[in-house]
Design a binder for this molecule. Structure first.
Ligand code: SF4
Length: 485
C-alpha cells in the first residue's frame, strides 16, 4: 500500500522559504518517493523546480540557493492517477494572473472525466488529475478581469464545487499562500506558525500534510485545516473561508492513523503513535493466543506489537531487521517479484526466534504477499509457530481517494472466507482488529472517518462495479510458487 503525496507550503517574509520547504518535504518523504518539487516566489516571479527521485536527490545546496523568495510550496509524489513521469511531477504551474500560480495536490479526484470535458482538454492530453485541476482553475473568469489581486482565491472558490473526490491542496501566486481541504477532509492538512517568542507576534505561516514536518523547521502546530476550509495567507494575515455548497463532513482516511502518517504527527488532537499502541492492546484482547514472543513488522507494525505485548504480558522482542538503505521500491508486476522484494527488505534475527512461538504484528492486510513471505522466512529461521495479527480489518474494497490499493480481485480477504486466510498464507492462526476496536483505539470523540476500503461504504459517489469477485485467488498457486523460491 502506498500513500499518494505530501504537500507543504511556507509564507515567511525575510526568510528563504526554499530551505524550509526542503526540510518539510524531507520529513514528508514517506508519503511519496517518485518525484519532488517546489515553487518559490520572491514577490515578483515564481520559479518552479521539480525532478524525479527522492527529495535529497532532487535538491542540493546550489539549487536551493537559486530558489530565492519568502513564499514556497512543495510536493512529494507517489502516483495513483497518471504515470510516474517528469511531466506529472508537481507543483503544477499555470501562467495566469500577475506571475502565474502553482498548485500541489494530495489525493485523488473521482470525477476527472467530467472535469476534462468541462475544461475542454483533449482526453489524450490529460496526464494527471492534478493537471486537470490546475487547468480548471486557470480557466476561471477571474483571471481575465482587470483587478487580478485576489484572482487565485476567487478562482479556487469559483471552480472547487465542481470537483469531487479527495484533495488537500496548497497553492500560491506571487504574493500569497493558500490551502484547501475537500469537504470530507479525506486527506490531512495542518497549519503551523513561526512566532516571535518575546512579543508573541506571528512572523510566518506553514501548511503541511503532517504536523511532524512543522517541528523539524521550528514552527509551532496551530490546528488542522477544517474539511471544506480555504485558508489564504498574505501580508494582511490569515483568512479562512468555507466556499463549498455542500455541508462539510469529517471523513479523514482511517489509514492515516493505522499506517500512512508518521507516528510523531498529530491528527484529531492526538499523537498517532499512542493510537497505534492502543490498537495493539485491543488486538491482544480480541485475538489473544499463547506464545513466547511478540514482534512487530518494521516499522509501522512495531507500536501495535508493543501494545499487544503490554496487554498480554508476552515479552516483546525484535525478530526482523529492515534494510534502511533500500531506497525506492517498485510495485512489482508479479507475485514472484513481490516475494523477492520482501526478502530484500526484511531479514530474520535467527537467535531471537529459533524454537519460539511467535506473534507477528503487522498494520494491514492486502494481498497476503508480505505475510506469506514473512511466515516462510520465520519458519526457515527456526520459529516453532507463527501467529499473524493485524492492527486493522482486512482490505475488501478498492480506494478511490488516492491510496494505491489493488483491485478487488487481488485483495485476498475479498475473495475467501477469513478463516481460510491462515492456511493460505501458511500461518498457525490469523487475527484482525475489528473496526469497532480500531475506532476505540483512535478514540476521536465526535469525529468520523472514511473506511470505504474496509466496508464498501464511501463518503462520496465513486465508480461502483458491484461486489468483490467470488473466485479463488491467484494466491494459492502463488503460495506454491513461493515454496520454490
Ligand atoms: S477508502 Fe480506505 S484508504 Fe481510501 S481514503 Fe477511505 S479509508 Fe483511506
Amino acid at each position: 500500500m502506498k500513500e499518494a503525496c505530501g504537500v507543504f507550503g511556507v509564507y515567511y517574509p525575510g526568510n528563504r522559504a526554499s530551505y524550509l520547504t526542503y526540510d518539510g518535504l524531507f520529513t514528508l518523504q514517506h508519503r511519496g518517493q517518485e518525484s519532488a518539487g517546489m515553487a518559490v516566489s520572491d514577490g515578483q516571479t515564481i520559479t518552479v523546480f521539480k525532478e524525479m527521485g527522492l527529495v535529497s536527490n532532487v535538491f542540493n545546496e546550489t539549487i536551493l540557493t537559486t530558489l530565492e523568495g519568502f513564499l514556497s510550496i512543495g510536493h512529494t509524489r507517489y502516483s495513483t492517477t497518471g504515470s510516474s513521469t517528469w511531466a506529472n511531477a508537481q507543483p503544477a504551474y499555470r501562467p495566469m494572473g500577475h506571475a502565474g500560480f502553482a498548485l500541489a495536490h494530495n489525493g485523488n479526484l473521482t470525477n476527472v472525466d467530467r472535469l476534462v470535458e468541462k475544461v475542454g482538454m483533449m482526453p489524450g492530453m490529460v496526464t494527471s488529475d492534478s493537471d486537470v485541476l490546475a487547468e480548471l482553475i486557470s480557466k476561471s473568469s477571474f483571471f481575465s478581469g482587470k483587478d487580478q489581486t485576489h484572482a487565485l482565491e476567487k478562482a479556487v472558490g469559483e471552480v472547487i464545487n465542481d470537483v469531487e473526490g479527495a484533495y488537500s491542496l496548497v497553492l500560491m501566486d506571487a504574493y500569497r499562500l493558500m490551502g484547501i481541504r475537500d469537504p470530507n477532509g479525506l486527506r490531512p492538512l495542518c497549519l503551523g506558525v513561526f512566532k516571535d517568542e518575546s512579543t508573541d507576534s506571528e512572523l510566518g505561516w506553514v501548511l503541511s500534510s503532517e504536523s511532524a514536518a512543522l517541528n523539524v523547521i521550528g514552527a509551532k502546530f496551530v490546528r488542522e485545516i477544517e474539511p471544506g476550509e480555504l485558508i489564504v495567507i498574505d501580508e494582511t494575515g490569515i483568512k479562512s473561508y468555507f466556499p463549498f455548497i455542500v455541508e462539510p463532513k469529517e471523513k479523514l482516511c482511517i489509514f492515516e492513523f493505522v499506517y500512512f502518517s508518521r507516528p510523531d504527527s498529530i491528527l484529531y488532537n492526538r499523537e498517532v503513535h499512542g493510537t497505534r499502541r492502543r490498537m495493539g492492546e485491543l488486538l491482544a484482547i480480541e485475538h489473544g493466543v499463547d506464545a513466547d514472543m511478540v514482534m512487530g513488522v518494521p516499522d509501522s507494525g512495531i507500536p501495535a506489537a508493543e501494545g499487544y505485548s503490554k496487554h498480554s504480558g508476552i515479552p516483546y522482542g525484535q525478530g526482523l531487521v529492515k534494510n534502511r538503505y533500500i531506497g525506492r521500491t517498485f510495485i512489482y508486476p508479479t507475485q514472484e517479484q513481490r516475494y523477492k522484494n520482501v526478502r530484500r527488505k526484511l531479514t530474520p534475527l535467527k537467535e531471537n526466534i529459533v524454537g519460539k512461538r511467535l506473534i507477528v504484528v503487522d498494520d494491514s492486510f492486502v494481498r497476503g504477499t508480505t505475510s506469506s513471505a514473512l511466515i516462510k522466512m520465520l519458519r526457515e529461521a527456526g520459529a516453532k509457530e507463527v501467529h499473524m495479527r493485524f492492527s486493522s480489518p482486512p482490505f475488501k474494497w478498492p480506494c478511490f481517494y488516492g491510496i494505491d490499493i489493488p483491485t478487488k480481485d487481488e485483495l485476498l480477504a475479498a475473495n475467501v472466507e477469513i478463516d481460510e486466510i491462515a492456511s493460505i498464507i501458511g500461518a498457525d492462526s490469523v487475527g484482525f482488529l475489528s473496526l469497532k476496536s480500531l475506532m476505540e483505539a483512535i478514540n476521536a470523540q465526535g469525529k468520523e472517518f472514511c473506511n470505504g476500503c474496509l466496508t464498501g461504504s464511501y463518503p462520496s459517489p465513486v465508480p461502483t462495479d458491484a461486489k468483490p469477485a467470488i473466485k479463488m485467488p491467484a494466491t494459492i498457486s502463488d503460495a506454491k510458487l513461493f515454496e520454490k523460491l
